[in-house]
Design a protein around this ligand. Sequence first.
Ligand code: BES
Ligand code: MN
Ligand code: ZN
Length: 459
Amino acid sequence: MHQPFETAPASAIPIHFVTRSNWAAIGKELPPQAQQFAKANDFTAKPGTCLTLPSPDGQIAQVLFGLEDETSKSRDLFRPGALPGLLPPGTYRFANPPHDVRLASLAFALGSYRFGRYRKAEMPAVRLVPPDGVDISDIVRMAEAASLARDLINTPSNDMGPEELALAAEQLAARYGASSKTIVGDELVRQNFPLIHAVGMASTRAPRLIDLRWGDPAHPKVTLVGKGVCFDTGGLDIKPSSGMLIMKKDMGGAANVLALAQMVMDARLKIRLRVLIPAVENAVAGNAFRPLDIFRSRKGPTVEIGNTDAEGRLVLADALALADEEKPDLLVDLGTLTGAARVALGPDLPPFYTNDETLAQDVARFAKGEQDPLWRMPLWPAYDSWLDSKVADINNAPSGGFAGSIICALFLQRFVTEAKSWLHVDIYGWTPSAKPARPEGGECQAARAIYKLLSERYG
Ligand code: BES
Ligand code: MN
Ligand code: ZN
């Protein structure tokens, strides 16, 4: 990752954060020439606008950057994340504190990301002197994890199949001294992961289950499960081309649990960490699983396939069942599971589900505090019977189509009975159009909020 912070600066250009209400006062403090230059440029401190002010010898003397007023309802604490994309190369510092200095520094780091695997990325040669009082190593830890998640998601499926995803997990394990093993192909059947095998078997790239472990076995058990569908065609219930277009991102849950695992291991949190990733490609072929097929799941219940495009909950079901067997203290799963979640809350606000009230409050608190928004939705008990099948124990995609994200959460809940606490997040994993600190493309969602929650509990 590009290093966005400059810790030994010779000199740094000051960035003045200004709002429409304090601009007049701050402007008056500037040298007369700079005041005149800002006026000539019609600078009014409109949020998001940036103006570089020259010195008499034509250098950049300082920068003005507009923010929302302190009291604005639409205040975006990540606005400074636009700066790396706006500023000319150089080393900068905050002249005055933005609304939230820590989040502004994080935004700056997140906004420095570019995806550079296939062409020389125009890396912004823009660096920031860490502001006083900010734990910059924690910021760098979170930004590096976000880069990992984004890189994994942005990498197209031809270079990010089940094998490459497993490789990424193994590399992460090696870096932090974690152990990892992977169950591949028909071995999934022998070791009783029928649903992971059923979803993945039509691809020429064998399905697999990645199992990573790290930390002191005596510490509380926290297990992360991530949906690793490396491409989702929909299977025989094939998606239209518009719906298939960004399905390289369907391993976004896996990418984000790896990002979360990286932060946990890097910060050496006092937990016994386990990461499970069912990595498959939901492909179309003669041997693909079909609508109305019935499989016995690892946990026992038989599952009727209502729709081959509801594949994420199938692979998670077997992985959650395995996770559940050792009764973890906290079980977390992340996945890009439903279009319905996006219909309900849009791409930037993933719904989360849990029956643990304390956990729900903590997740909401850290989501807000870390600018990693999440919104609680209910595991609505009355809808559970919608999952009934006429011929099997459960249907993966009951007809009706109401409450799609809730139904998926209720489906997964059937496979978690032993964990002390369970959290499920139906993420989107993608930023459709660039915003400050959030370049277009693969996105790190829920991982930072959960990392901070785990830090508070187990730091
Ligand atoms: N990967 C998709 C969910 C998805 C679609 C996420 C679009 C983000 C954007 C998932 O596997 C899927 O296809 N879900 C179906 C479920 C349905 C068949 C019950 C959906 O949401 O349409
Ligand atoms: Mn699907
Ligand atoms: Zn999917």
